[in-house]
Design a protein around this ligand. Structure first.
Ligand SMILES: Nc1ncnc2c1ncn2[C@@H]1O[C@H](COP(=O)(O)OP(=O)(O)OP(=O)(O)O)[C@@H](O)[C@H]1O
Length: 603
């Protein structure tokens, strides 16, 4: 069933359709009423922070401690130098403290990085789990309207961007901002003049850094475009080589290739230029600030000395701080870029999370309650005998259903079908009449344009995924193997299905002997040549029946089999269909097909 679902989802829809869906949902009532944009991502992040309180606290603590520890070594160094210049010998404790602070700075910075990585993974996990939950509860319309590529980019690219928002965005930005501010505060107490110089200088430095980063990014994008054009040009030339020769377009193609290569070269040159210029500019600025401060501190002018005067030790500490302040300014630019990209990802995820959800119903419980009630009332065993007490409702019902895969081509037109509990019916009709389409509607993969598709009185597309496996099973003409053992082909990794259930269903379908004769029995890894075509079909029936579904949907399951194999498959089917409601699709009508429901094409 999931394979059928994914096959349906794999149909290509245009981005326009996706956008239309998103626009439609952006206008949904909830949002319109509140007048606010939905903040699903914010909610998920807040929940994750609260869930991992200790981790979140650890990150904040590591960030603050790393900033504090990194400020202390220059102060100690300054003190040591001042002691030397005063002719005193610094104590061993001071030297140890200096190295201990350096060690603690490294340790807290590593702890910050480690904790951030773990936290980023927690966010990614929470985000992807919620996206998956949302995906499985989308309405059939929304689900079919999703373009697979854009869906994958939400699960992978956008979630990664949000992870980056934490690992190399907000938190690093917070750490860098703290570092800049705390350096300025410390310098203020050591050299007021230098603080004023930095307050004037830093905004210009930041603007220059952003300018360089933006231009580098633009140049890199330009280069990537030019490289992709150049690499696309080669196969295009080879593919059209005859036409090029016929029309004498060799020079034109060569010129075009040269243009692409030149574009790439110029873009690379631009990147290299900014790369080469930025570091020296920062180094020169660093040196100029240090030189200026040193000159001013030794100027002899009392007014200047009030602002810039300092001891030799303080000078060393200040030089250290000057070199420390440039790198967070540079990082701030990159962090802003990361945050901007992440905001785009957040918008896209919020849009996805705002898509319409189905209100799911727990239909299995209701059916089981009903069966128990009927049994208590002394009515016949519903699952083995068709229940026909007066006024009872059908188990499966299509009421005035009209459906088409696209607006202007109707496949089913005002169809009415009703199947009672325990009844076995066959849908019959010519190719293309819409029999498999009826199954897709019953499986809740599509919603009819008008009318109702009901299972036990509940709309098929509102049944929960968990209930679907217990409620109905779908057997196709061919078996779809999943990567795993023979047992896993049957359980489909559902832990609630026991080994005993698997063994029993294989005995019922007549597959047990073939499986136990394998070297590793049920734990044999499946390969396409492990079973014959008939045995694969029996495995398909076992997979369908193992969850003891109330309704079996059989789609031409003996169509590709020879007479002998068909007999074995029909025999297995008889065993599993015994106590169930069965709807089959078959072109061949036999005594065992039950009531025939004709499906007429209205196309
Ligand atoms: N996913 C789809 N998108 C668009 N059209 C589809 C899709 N699936 C089926 N159709 C069209 O719907 C019509 C009915 O197809 P359906 O498979 O339901 O017929 P069927 O009666 O089961 O045929 P068959 O007996 O050959 O399996 C066909 O014209 C088919 O081309």
């Amino acid at each position: 069933m999931s394979l059928l679902k994914s096959a349906v989802n794999m149909r290509c829809f245009t981005m326009d359709r996706m956008e239309a869906v998103l626009v439609k949902n952006n206008e949904n009532e909830k949002t319109a009423n509140s007048g606010k944009k939905p903040k699903y991502v914010k909610k998920i992040i807040t929940e994750t922070i609260l869930k991992y309180k200790l981790l979140s606290f650890g990150i904040v603590a590591a960030v603050c401690l790393a900033v504090i520890f990194s400020l202390i070594p220059p102060l100690i160094l300054g003190k040591i130098i001042d002691m030397f210049t005063a002719g005193q010998m610094p104590g061993l404790g001071m030297v140890i403290a200096y190295f201990a602070m350096l060690f603690l700075t490294g340790l807290t910075e590593s702890a910050r990085e480690g904790l951030l990585t773990v936290f980023g993974q927690k966010i990614t996990h929470a985000m992807r789990s919620r996206l998956m939950e949302k995906f499985t509860s989308l309405t059939a319309d929304e689900l079919n309207g999703l373009e697979p590529g854009s869906l994958v980019s939400r699960f992978i690219g956008d979630v990664d961007m949000i992870e980056n928002l934490f690992t190399s965005g907000i938190i690093s930005m917070f750490a860098d901002a703290c570092k800049i501010i705390s350096i300025l505060v410390v310098i203020w107490f050591k050299n007021k003049g230098l603080t004023l110089v930095f307050i004037i200088l830093l905004p210009f430095l930041f603007i220059f850094t952003r300018h360089v980063q933006k231009n580098m990014l633009a140049a890199q994008i330009m280069n990537r475009r030019a490289v992709s054009r150049a690499s696309g040009h080669v196969p295009q030339t080879l593919k059209n080589i005859r036409t090029i020769h016929c029309f004498g377009k060799e020079k034109y193609m060569e010129k075009q290739y040269d243009e692409y290569i030149n574009d790439s070269y110029h873009a690379m040159e631009k990147t290299n230029f900014y790369d080469a210029v930025y570091s020296p500019v920062i180094l020169i600025l660093n040196a100029v600030v240090v030189a200026a401060v040193m000159l001013l501190s030794s100027s002899g002018n009392s007014a200047v000395i009030t602002f810039f005067g300092m001891s030799a030790g303080t000078a060393v500490a200040v030089m250290n701080y000057i070199s420390q302040i440039f790198s967070p300014v540079e990082s701030l630019g990159m962090e802003i870029q990361t945050i901007q990209s992440a905001i785009a990802g957040i918008h896209r995820i919020n849009e996805f999370m705002a898509l319409e959800e189905v209100e799911k119903h727990d239909v299995v419980q209701e059916i089981e309650k009903q069966y128990t009630q009927w049994q208590d009332e002394g009515k016949p065993q519903v699952q083995s005998v068709r229940y026909e007490a007066g006024g009872n409702k059908p188990f499966v019902e299509l009421r005035n259903v009209t459906f088409g895969y696209d607006e202007d081509r109707k496949i089913l037109n005002n169809i009415n079908i009703s199947v009672m509990h325990g009844e076995q019916v066959t849908l019959s009709g010519r190719t293309g009449a819409g029999k498999s389409t009826i199954f897709k509607l019953l499986l809740g993969l599509y919603k009819p344009q008008s009318g109702e598709v009901l299972i036990n009185g509940i709309h098929a597309d509102t049944i929960t995924d968990k209930d679907k496996r217990k409620l109905f099973a779908y057997v196709e003409q061919t078996f779809h193997m999943v990567a795993g053992t023979v047992k896993e082909q049957i359980t489909l990794f559902d832990d609630s299905i026991s080994d005993e259930d698997v063994k029993n269903i294989c005995i019922t379908t007549g597959l047990d002997d073939a499986i136990t004769s394998l070297e590793k029995g049920y734990d044999t890894i499946c390969t396409p040549d492990l079973f014959s075509q008939g045995q694969w079909q029996l495995l398909s029936i076992a997979r369908a029946a193992v969850a003891k579904p109330q309704l079996l949907l059989l789609d031409e399951i003996t169509a590709n089999l020879d007479t002998e194999t068909e007999k074995a498959v029909l025999n297995a089917l008889n065993n599993v269909c015994k106590d169930r409601t069965v709807i089959s699709i078959s072109h061949r009508v036999t005594a065992k097909t039950g009531r025939i429901i004709p499906v007429e094409s209205n196309v």
